[in-house]
Ligand binder design. Structure first.
Ligand code: NAP
Length: 244
């Protein structure tokens, strides 16, 4: 069987960490990206060699990052690009950053990490993805389609933009044999969650519980596998019914 490769951004914690674990169990080789050099929290035998350090807020680093990915692939094709890294900045004391509270730097940083860097990565890695008839999975959010009590305006707008970007990539890369889909998590048990989430879950989630990072990882794996071969341009809600 051909060795499958995945590039996963934001692998060091939460959903990304669970995704690494699941794909390794399925026999994939995983290349990871985050700002920290290497995470002790997300350690596996080849973790150190598989990690590339880059700050996706700085778009001038994308070319260098892509060159490093190419070097690690060493001519192999890329079966999956999973754009999971994301930031959701808060104000003093964890307050929500609405329109009035969000300055230009907040907007630029959030949009670069959560949206623009993803378009640039997908564009640069199209040849490697095309060679594998690969799959792109973008991690959006329930906050991209409704006002959320904790996520700020820049985060919400970036995730709405990422839904649109996913459609655009599906349309443009489809003829190249590359699929693009999004997953939109609701309240998943990770460090990104705010105080008050328990009450929010009780009030708005029909299943009355948080989702687990593993449940999200399973959906990402489905979208990167042959089982989903004709799914392109979709956005799957993973939120226990919160969107209804
Ligand atoms: N948890 C939820 O309930 C939930 C709900 C909806 C959507 N989501 C989305 O799911 C994704 C993962 O969320 P999570 O809760 O697992 O987040 P998390 O625990 O905060 O992890 C975020 C990951 O992104 C990396 N990252 C952050 N800024 C980066 C940058 N500038 N450049 C490169 N890497 C960066 C972090 O690593 P470093 O710190 O080392 O850079 C970390 O690995 C995000 O896109 C988030 O918006 C989560």
């Amino acid at each position: 069987m051909t060795q499958h490769y995945m590039l996963l951004t934001g692998a060091s914690r939460g959903i990304g960490h669970a995704t690494v674990k699941l794909f390794l169990e399925k026999g994939w080789r995983v290349l990871t990206v985050s700002r920290q050099p290497f995470s002790e929290e997300c350690r596996w035998p080849s973790a150190r060699e598989s990690h590339i350090q880059a700050d996706l807020a700085d778009l001038t680093q994308i070319d260098k990052l892509v060159a490093e990915v190419r070097e690690r692939l060493d001519g192999a094709a890329l079966h999956a690009l999973v754009n999971n890294a994301g930031i959701s900045p808060k104000g003093p004391g964890g307050t929500r950053l609405g329109v009035i509270a969000s300055d230009a730097l907040t907007w630029t940083t959030v949009l670069n990490v959560n949206l623009v860097s993803i378009a640039l990565l997908a564009r640069a890695l199209l040849p490697e993805l095309e060679a594998a008839k690969g799959s792109i999975v973008n991690v959006t959010s329930i906050a991209g389609s409704r006002v959320h009590p904790f996520a700020g305006v820049a985060y919400a707008a970036s995730k709405a933009g990422l839904s649109a970007l996913t459609r655009e990539i599906a349309h443009e890369f489809g003829p190249h044999g590359v699929r693009a889909n999004a997953i939109a998590p609701g309240e998943i048990a990770t460090s990104i969650l705010s105080l008050g989430t328990d009450q929010l879950v009780e009030a708005t989630v029909p299943m009355k519980r948080l989702g687990t990072p593993r449940e999200v990882a399973e959906t990402i794996h489905f979208l990167c596998s042959e089982t989903s071969a004709y799914i392109n341009g979709a956005e799957i809600h993973i939120n226990g019914g919160q969107h209804v």
